[in-house]
Design a binder for this molecule. Structure first.
Ligand code: PBG
Ligand code: ZN
Length: 329
């Protein structure tokens, strides 16, 4: 009898099954992406993102209070300015009266224990909808882009953000932001989470709807990574670590588990984040609605894959669901 051919004895019980993972899913692994708009009383459904809304600053207490009670530990804020004047350099991004800066101070006051990360990008605020400042011919002008992004990041940190997370994919912005934080005396007060390996994906559609951040011409393929580019992703991860990133993120998550595993191997001493993006969330909902699987089972399977690949932090629109599901599990 070949004893080593029997594996099932090792996972016959729910508890022994849970021991098969190197790490367990916990509530603190989830960071919840939130859309903040400039009408302070807004609570507007986003049709392509089931259950998600654009929120006004006055609604944050009622919306997040119950989630904090259930164990919500962190959020990442995205600004959705609807009434501002967008321009070539994204001036409204760090308007002190704009939705993001207002939300940072409101959340710090309301929920002192909540960790507040803020997405740093220009696309929601530029007239052309691209993530940086452009040359006349419509290509990215790297230097002023990076300068402007660093300025915005510092202003979010000054407003009280615990973490700034640049998602623009401009070369050199991690170094510029880290340096600017240090020069402003915020080097030890604000985490820099880099969207290091962010791919030019079809899975951002619902987000661009929600945030009004689709480019008005062209696409983002000259700054976001080509989906086939494992080597570029590995270089970007190592580059951003060398430039001072405190957390490395891979985005999207599910089609890029190999990149998450690469990040975990290349930078084993950094937290590894992944972003289960809007299209992944919508896809899992759509499949459940079509009867392909049960929503909760598939949601668990998706994030367990990410943790198995090496993620230690998951940005997900399923966060409120997991706060319930992890209690029931
Ligand atoms: C903006 C940004 C995007 C996302 C996060 N920050 C969209 C994009 O790059 O076009 C996507 C998030 C999601 O789809 O949930 N730079
Ligand atoms: Zn952008």
């Amino acid at each position: 009898m070949d004893i080593s051919s029997i594996l099932q004895g090792g996972y016959q019980h729910p508890l022994s099954r849970s021991w098969q993972g190197r790490r367990q899913l916990t509530k603190s692994m989830f960071m919840y992406p939130i859309f903040i708009t400039d009408d302070p009383d807004a609570s507007v459904e986003i049709p392509s993102l089931p259950g998600q809304r654009r929120w006004g600053v006055n609604k944050l207490e009622g919306f997040l209070g119950p989630l904090v009670q259930k164990g919500l530990k962190s959020v990442i804020l995205f600004g959705v300015p609807l009434t501002c004047e967008k321009d070539h350099r994204g001036t409204p991004a760090d308007d002190p009266n704009g939705p993001v800066i207002q939300a940072i101070s409101t959340l710090r006051r309301l929920f002192p224990s909540l960790y507040i990360a803020v997405d740093v990008c220009l696309c929601e605020y530029t007239s052309h909808g691209h993530c940086g400042v452009l040359h006349e011919d419509g290509t990215i002008n790297t230097e002023p882009s990076v300068e402007r992004l660093a300025e915005v990041a510092v202003n979010y940190a000054k407003a009280g953000a615990h973490c700034v997370a640049p998602s623009d994919m401009m070369d050199g912005r991690v170094k510029a932001i880290k340096t600017a934080l240090i020069r402003s005396g915020l080097g030890n007060k604000c985490t820099l989470m880099s969207y290091a390996a962010k791919f030019a994906s079809s899975l951002y559609g619902p987000f661009r709807d929600a945030a009004g951040s689709a480019p008005s011409f062209g696409d983002r393929k000259c700054y976001q990574l080509p989906p086939s580019a494992r080597g570029l992703a590995r270089r970007a991860i190592q580059r951003d670590t060398a430039e001072g990133a405190d957390i490395i993120m891979v985005k999207p998550a599910l089609p890029y588990l190999d990149i998450i595993a690469d990040a975990a191997q290349l930078t084993p001493d950094h937290p590894i984040a992944c972003y289960q993006v809007s299209g992944e969330f919508a896809m899992i909902h759509a499949g459940a609605k079509a009867g392909v699987y049960v929503l909760r089972t598939m949601a668990f399977e998706s994030v367990e894959g990410m943790v198995r690949a090496g993620a230690t932090l998951i940005l997900s629109y399923f966060t409120p669901d997991f706060l319930d599901w992890l209690d029931e599990a």
